[in-house]
Design a protein around this ligand. Structure first.
Ligand code: APR
Length: 234
């Protein structure tokens, strides 16, 4: 049974209408990472950080999974139904919920989720669909110590043990819509080359020599369904 691990980045959600981070209209062209995506930035100006993630959270109901999200969900389901003799796990750097809304179940959010907050006092991680401010009380302990449940620069990504197990066991590692500049995700491909084939689906080729065995360029909504169709036909 082929075991496939797919690492997704902001590029897979771009055609759903969500901005990437480093593209021409990337979020980091309009905000400084130090101010928005670090614990220090949150300590300096929590209202500004909360506003940034409130805006992203408010966008989610206005966008929908695209053909690339749906193709991955269908492949996973085909594995469940026995129509395809394989197993698919998605490790996503994305904080949106589009994989789950497309029907994917084997999804590991290594950078957290927009639809969750985290209490720095009692460590509760309540589901959250509205705005949050520095005065918003934690629904579990009542203290106003909530922050976005997002992994910021300088913090350890989530689920690294489960991710390591998936990478060790995979036969094929596929990266979709990621610039490959943020670690540890950017290093996953190097950690599997001794035991797995590797493919990159991206709009543009990564700078320098690609570590991937195969690079398929183009919009994910075109390239990913074509790939999963071939897998299901084979
Ligand atoms: N189809 C395929 N690839 C696309 C598309 C598309 N429609 N649109 C953009 N891309 C590609 C871009 O070419 C780029 O290489 O997606 C990549 C997006 O790169 P980034 O914006 O850097 O996003 P990502 O790699 O997910 O960022 C990693 O950085 O800011 C942090 O925590 C944040 O998880 C994020 C991490």
């Amino acid at each position: 049974m082929p075991r496939i691990v797919v690492l997704t980045g902001a590029g897979i959600s771009q055609e759903s209408g969500l901005q990437t981070f480093r593209g021409p209209d990337g979020l980091w062209n309009h905000e400084r990472i130090e101010d928005i995506c670090t614990p220090q930035g949150f300590a300096r100006d929590p209202l500004r950080v909360d506003r940034f993630y409130n805006n992203l959270r408010a966008q989610l109901p206005t966008v929908h999974p695209n053909a690339a999200h749906r193709a991955l969900a269908a492949l996973e389901q085909a594995g469940r139904d026995g129509q395809w003799p394989g197993h698919l796990t998605i490790i996503t750097q994305n904080i949106d919920d589009l994989h789950e809304r497309a029907g994917s179940r084997n999804v590991i959010h290594m950078h957290g989720e927009l639809l969750r907050l985290r209490c720095t006092h009692c460590h509760a991680t309540p589901a959250w669909h509205t705005d949050c401010t520095p005065d918003t009380p934690c629904p579990a302990c009542g203290t106003a110590t909530l922050r976005p449940d997002i992994v910021w620069f300088g913090e350890m990504p989530y689920h690294m043990e489960a991710i390591a197990r998936q990478l060790e066991a995979c036969d094929l590692f596929v990266a979709i819509g990621t610039s490959g500049v943020v670690y540890p995700a950017a290093g996953f491909v190097d950690s599997v080359t001794d035991h797995a084939d590797t493919m990159l689906f991206n709009l543009e080729a990564p700078p320098g020599r690609s570590t991937f065995d195969q690079t398929i360029l183009g919009p994910a909504t075109r390239t990913v369904p074509a790939w999963t169709r071939d897998l299901l036909k084979a």
